[in-house]
Design a protein around this ligand. Structure first.
Ligand SMILES: [Zn+2]
Length: 124
């Protein structure tokens, strides 16, 4: 488990609507997340699963569309892109109001990741 990988995972959860909490995990020291109504550590389960079988990348909606017929894929991609754009705007608003430097950094990584996903979709 590298710090970069942990950042990636946390950024992924932020993009999926997770909320980073001010509390941190007693086991690994990374911030806890509120996701789907539950407070959880997103790093510990990952560290455990990486020992036996590697965790796949958190899915970016558009990557699944490869097997779909082109018009459906395009429609899904358009929706996903609009959703990611909205998320990026929302994250940027949060960065402006965020006092904690650590969280700012993670939010900015989430924005960067979202922007990369958008760029990938545009290339298809
Ligand atoms: Zn943990």
């Amino acid at each position: 488990m590298t710090a970069d990988r942990a950042d990636e995972v946390m950024a992924g959860y932020l993009l999926k609507g997770g909320k980073m909490l001010a509390k941190s995990c007693k086991v690994c020291g990374y911030p806890l997340f509120e996701y789907k109504g539950e407070t959880q550590c997103v790093i510990c389960p990952l560290a455990a699963s990486e020992e036996s079988h590697p965790e796949p990348e958190p899915p970016v909606p558009a990557t699944r569309s490869e097997q779909l017929p082109a018009p459906v894929a395009r429609e899904l991609q358009g929706k996903a892109a609009a959703e990611i754009e909205r998320t990026i705007v929302h994250l940027c608003e949060r960065i402006r109001g965020e006092q904690r430097p650590d969280e700012c950094l993670t939010l900015m990584k989430a924005v960067e990741r979202g922007a990369r996903a958008l760029a990938r979709m545009g290339q298809r």
